[in-house]
Design a protein around this ligand. Structure first.
Ligand code: NAD
Length: 389
């Protein structure tokens, strides 16, 4: 029997002053797939968030990701709220398109007025096209194929944003990206594009890992070459000219910058102290536990670019798609928004002693609070006072 941890499944316990506004559970008898849609907060606009398909996805995981989207959209100053979907199905076994269509049919009343979908783990442009087709509205999702006027995540907008944000953070610390050494955990959509754009900006990628292992070369990996090898083998460890190490070795590599770009929860109390990098750019969602992040910043004196600031390139690209602009505009808007937001948060943290996450949260919550007050969702007392943005 599967062990059920009550706090992980008790959706009533998720609620606080920000949301979630709605938690919708679905079941499709034909595909036998279960789903969950968490619409966290729509004060600033329809909830935006990806559809994650995993056999072990949990309601709590989806809620935490929806909340991250609430902060991410507010900090990027987009007219969206936060939401997230999870489909509990094994992508290796099911027909993904059929399962996504079934899920779309079940959540149809909420889309796109309260929820706009996007790709996440195991869903991509083809699933977004099917989702929109089932809803009957091309505004039901972003990350659609280019032939449907979409800006697919496969263009690397999130990885690009990670690099823009890192460059901006370094600037506030009086440093330059050129010649900096970088270790990247994960070589999927986020990690592979981050590697490419870091290299293009003069950084040296010394280590990369995937689920099968870590590769390390202190003289720098050639990312074009690695990409070609990876396209054939789907394993970074098959790349020649690099030392192969265990998967988790990536975290403790000798590098100036560490980019976790794989799964959540990989940095914890057991390994935080082993991290050598002085800047951690969180490409993945929630890659560090709150306690580990506190230790990194307060005890070890490292700088962290919080996930919802650092990996916002994808959702900014989604916004550009939503307003009907082409892909090239997405990269310009990401440049502008992510560098401005990262600089502002780092300067606020430097000026106040807040952690970067606390500084970012303060700014995001201020914007959401104000929208909630104007809508009459909370006591209208402090609109416009004490603003920091
Ligand atoms: P992906 O599935 O394309 O790639 C994940 C990579 O991580 C793969 O290379 C996999 O081998 C590797 N991996 C998995 N477990 C690992 C482990 N224990 N150690 C080392 N490597 C491991 O996923 P993605 O789209 O690149 O997303 C990565 C992270 O970034 C996720 O947390 C996701 O939520 C977050 N994110 C993605 C986007 C996006 O646009 N794709 C946007 C915002 C945030």
């Amino acid at each position: 029997m599967e062990k059920i941890v009550p706090s992980e499944v008790d959706v009533w316990s998720f609620g606080d002053e920000w949301g979630p506004e709605k938690v919708i559970q679905t079941y499709d008898p034909k595909t036998r797939s279960r789903g969950i849609l968490v619409i966290d907060n729509t004060a600033r606009g329809p909830g935006k968030g990806g559809i994650r398909m995993l056999p072990d996805v949990t309601p709590y995981e989806v809620f935490r990701l929806a909340r991250t989207m609430t902060w991410k959209c507010a900090i990027a100053d987009l007219p969206f709220g936060g939401a997230k979907s999870g489909i509990k199905a094994d992508p290796k076994i099911v027909d993904k398109i059929e399962v996504v269509r079934a899920f779309a049919k079940l959540i149809n009343p909420y889309v796109p007025s309260q929820y706009i979908a996007a790709p996440d783990m195991n869903t991509a442009q083809a699933e977004m096209a099917a989702f929109c087709d089932e809803i009957g509205d091309l505004n039901a999702a972003t990350g659609k194929p280019a032939s449907l006027n979409g800006i697919p995540h496969e263009l690397g907008t999130t990885g690009y944003g990670v690099v823009v944000s890192t460059i901006a953070a370094l600037k506030t610390l009086g440093k330059n990206i050129s010649g900096m050494t970088v270790a990247i955990q994960g070589f999927g959509n986020v990690g592979s594009y981050a590697a490419k754009f870091f290299e293009e900006n003069g950084a040296k990628i010394v280590g990369i890992s995937d689920i099968d292992g870590t590769i390390y070369n202190p003289n720098g990996l050639n990312i074009n070459f690695l990409t070609d090898v990876f396209a054939k083998t789907h394993k970074v460890t098959t790349c020649p000219d690099a030392k192969v190490m265990p998967t988790d070795a990536i975290l403790a590599l000798d590098a100036d910058i560490l980019v976790p770009a794989a799964r959540g929860g990989v940095i914890n109390l057991n390994n935080a102290a082993s991290i050598k990098a002085s800047l951690i750019s969180e490409g993945a969602n929630l890659p560090a536990s709150p306690e580990a992040e506190k230790i990194l910043q307060k005890r070890l004196g490292k700088w962290v670019i919080p996930d919802f600031v650092c990996n916002a390139g994808g959702v900014v690209g989604s916004y550009v798609e939503y307003i009907g602009k082409p892909a090239k505009d997405a990269f310009n808007v990401i440049d502008e928004k992510l560098s401005k937001n990262t600089e502002r948060i780092f300067e606020l943290a430097q000026g106040t002693g807040l952690s970067t996450r606390e500084a970012a949260l303060r700014l995001a919550q201020q914007r959401i609070s104000e929208a909630m007050e104007y809508r009459g969702w909370k006591a209208r007392s402090t609109i416009g006072s004490g603003r920091i943005d």
